[in-house]
Design a protein around this ligand. Structure first.
Ligand code: C5P
Length: 218
């Protein structure tokens, strides 16, 4: 397709990143990982020593942080204030704090504006997150809500990170709860999103299915 915006939402470990990157590559488009944006801001908030229960302190740092946002689906590198953060944003400290930072409405407002500018600048883009179909790109050509069983999600994530599957499952459940229960733009399936349960599906299978859906829309 000449132009296409694809929104991929869903809980942690549903396969969003792997599938979104592959789909972006296949349509010769770019990839935007909005979770990495919340993670990079969280990294800066932790560096700044802000109190995680103080929304004003978090907001101040979020607005001052200069993000470099990589959109190459094969190498989506991020930096914050000139510091490469691809490693640290996947670390336990950032993962433990990110849902608190992402719950601050002013932080979301700021990042959504950046996200919409990036989407506007690229004719073909796959955007993954929690609120893409509902808030960031309500006019997306295709809206996908990826799910998988809690066991499958924990298994995938622990295989990726070489972490304990039981601890990973508990962490995913904790973040899902925080992300779904927050007041500002909670995780939920948009009414016009296609739900794809990837439990027991391979990556190729999911990507092929999404391509079929996309071709039927654009
Ligand atoms: O997708 P990922 O697990 O990297 O996202 C990290 C966190 O960022 C999520 O747990 C959620 O709190 C937040 N997030 C969000 N809205 C998005 C993307 C991520 O609130 N669009």
């Amino acid at each position: 397709p000449e132009r296409c915006v694809v929104a991929v939402d869903g809980p942690s470990g549903s396969g969003k990143s792997t599938v979104s990157r592959r789909l972006a590559t296949v349509v010769d488009g770019v990839y935007l990982d909005t979770g990495a944006m919340y993670r990079a801001v969280t990294w800066a908030v932790l560096q700044g020593g802000a109190d995680l229960t103080d929304p004003d302190a978090i907001t101040k740092i979020a607005l001052e942080t200069e993000l470099s946002i990589g959109t190459d689906p094969l190498a989506p590198h991020f930096a914050a204030n000139g510091v490469p953060v691809d490693g640290p944003i996947r670390g336990a400290e950032v993962t433990a704090a990110v849902s608190a930072v992402a719950a601050v409405p002013a932080v979301r407002k700021h990042l959504v504006i950046l996200q919409q500018a990036i989407i506007g600048a690229h004719p073909r883009i796959v955007v993954e997150g929690r609120d893409i179909a509902s808030v960031v790109a309500p006019d997306a050509d295709l809206k996908v809500y990826l799910t998988a069983s809690a066991a499958a999600r924990a298994q995938r994530r622990s295989a990726e990170d070489a972490t304990d599957v039981v601890a990973t499952r508990a962490d995913l459940a904790r973040r899902d709860h925080l992300d779904s229960s927050r007041a500002a733009d909670p995780l939920r399936q948009a009414s016009d999103a296609v739900e794809v349960d990837t439990t027991g599906m391979g990556i190729d299978e999911v990507v092929a299915y999404l391509l079929k859906l996309l071709n039927s829309k654009v």
